[in-house]
Structure formats: C-alpha cells, structure tokens
Design a protein around this ligand. Structure first.
Ligand code: IPD
Ligand code: CA
Ligand code: CA
Length: 259
C-alpha cells in the first residue's frame, strides 16, 4: 500500500504546479454564493488533480473538497481538500494563495500540508511528529506580551447574523493599538502563526477545508487552537482562534469583550 504521506505530498505538489502555471495568466472566473466568492477554472483543475491522485491509491477513502463537496465511503479515512485557498488573491494575481490538504482518521488529524507555490513554501505536519516548512522544523512565536503581538484575521464573504459582528471584534483589537493584518487565505494565516510570523489568528465562519491542515500544523508547531469560548477545537467549528498559546487568554478576552 502506498505511503499516506507520500500520496499527500504527491497530490499537493502536482496541484501546486498547476496553480503556479496559471498564476497571473488566463483563466475563467465565476462567482459562487455571493459576487466576490469566486471560483476559477484553476480551482477545478487543482481539485481534479488532487482527487484523481488520492483515488488512484485509495479508491475507498472518503473525501470532502470545497468545489465538489463530500464523497462518503465506508472508511475511517477522510481527505479534506481546499484546491486553492485565497482564490480572490489568485484571481487578482496576488501571490498569497495555497493548496491545503489534510487527512483525518476517525476524529484525529493524521497529516496536513499547505503549499504556496508562488512563494515556494510547503508546510507539513504529521500527528505527534512536529511541523515543518520546506523540511525544516518550525515553531510558534515566544511572544508573551500581548501589547506587542502581531495578529491576522479574515472576514466572511457574507456577513453572518452574529451578535458580535466581526467588524466590532476587529475594531477592539485595532483600538488596542495592535497591528492586525488580513492576508485573504485562512490556511496561510494558520501556517504563519505556526512558523512565528504572526502571534495569533482568529476568524468566524470558516469551513473544514480552510482550516483542517493548518490546524494540525499549528498544533504540531506548539500552538493552541480553540473556539471563541476557549473550548477544544474541531475542524467543523465556526469559530477559530489559533495562537502561540501565550496570548490566547488575552485574545479570548477581547473577542468575547470581557474585562
Ligand atoms: C477563503 C479564504 C479567506 C477567508 C474566507 C475563505 P477561499 O477561502 O480562506 O481568507 O477569509 O472565509 O472562504 O474561498 O479562497 O477558498
Ligand atoms: Ca478556502
Ligand atoms: Ca478554495
């Protein structure tokens, strides 16, 4: 039987080659649910390549993929795929986009990879074995002084009917005088927390394909990831808070607007 890690890496590299070939080139763009929620021809080509590769080795595994949905099989293995995370960036020629693939067995994430071919950055994690960037070990930042933290967030395409509107939460962090970035790819945001570029990331209303690989990468890099109540996180949660662990409580306090 083919090695799961090798199949994961083969799939992500093949998809990465496709994405890089089309980057800043010609491709069709359509709107999905909401005028700025885009899907390009390249999302579909990338996804087809990944699914074909996985099925070649593991035809009986389950798959959840952003553009083709869920294919359930009688298997405890489930691949979770975002063929391009940061499609709006990709469509505008902004090199902050990636392919994200994770493998889950039952309730446990086994493997995750996030690959940005435009920056030649391949993040990878295996449960219990740490996280790497281009093969070298990475870890979250050691910053404990929240006032000096550098943060990143994202906003949903459609405004959710939330009592705590995402802009209000964003405003609280900005009014604290903190630098808050918005890159446009949740998978990259998580990996940049994992490698210490950011100290914390939060976002509301992400999907499993946005977060699954990045979640494992953050955890294996020594970070902490929870929902906005500080509870154990699942890839199907609608609230994502990932930090270096040291500023987690401070971020929860501001997100929940507690004293
Ligand atoms: C999006 C990106 C973005 C986040 C959106 C996601 P997509 O994924 O991760 O950063 O703010 O909520 O939907 O549509 O580019 O795959
Ligand atoms: Ca996505
Ligand atoms: Ca996507």
């Amino acid at each position: 039987m083919a090695d799961l890690k090798e199949v994961l890496l083969e799939a992500v590299k093949e998809a990465g080659a496709i994405v890089q070939t089309y980057f800043q080139g010609q491709f069709t763009i359509e709107s999905k649910d909401g005028i700025n929620n885009l899907v390009t021809e390249v999302d579909k080509l990338s996804e087809d390549k990944i699914i074909t590769t996985i099925k070649k080795y593991y035809p009986d595994h389950s798959i959840i993929s952003e553009e083709s949905g869920e294919e359930k099989q009688d298997s405890e293995y489930q691949w979770i795929i975002d063929p391009i995370d940061g499609t709006v960036n990709f469509a505008h020629g902004i090199p902050l986009c990636c392919i994200s693939i994770a493998l889950k067995k039952g309730n446990h994430l086994l493997l995750g990879t996030v690959y940005n071919p435009m920056m030649n950055e391949l993040f990878f994690a295996e449960q219990g074995k740490g996280a790497t960037l281009n093969g070298l070990p990475i870890s979250v930042s050691k910053k404990s002084d929240f006032r000096k933290a550098c943060l990143v967030t994202g906003f949903p395409y459609k405004w959710p009917d939330e009592r705590e509107h995402p802009i209000k939460v964003f405003e609280r962090f900005v009014l604290e005088g903190l630098p808050v970035r918005r890159l446009g790819s949740a998978a990259i945001d998580l990996c940049w927390v994992a490698c210490g570029r950011f100290d914390g990331f939060w976002e509301y209303n992400l999907s499993s394909w946005d977060v699954a690989a990045g979640y494992l990468i953050v955890e294996e890099a020594g970070g902490r990831i929870t929902n906005f109540d500080g509870d154990a996180y699942s890839v199907f949660d609608k609230q994502t808070l990932a930090t270096n662990g040291l500023i987690h409580e401070e971020m929860l306090r501001l997100i929940k607007n507690r004293d």
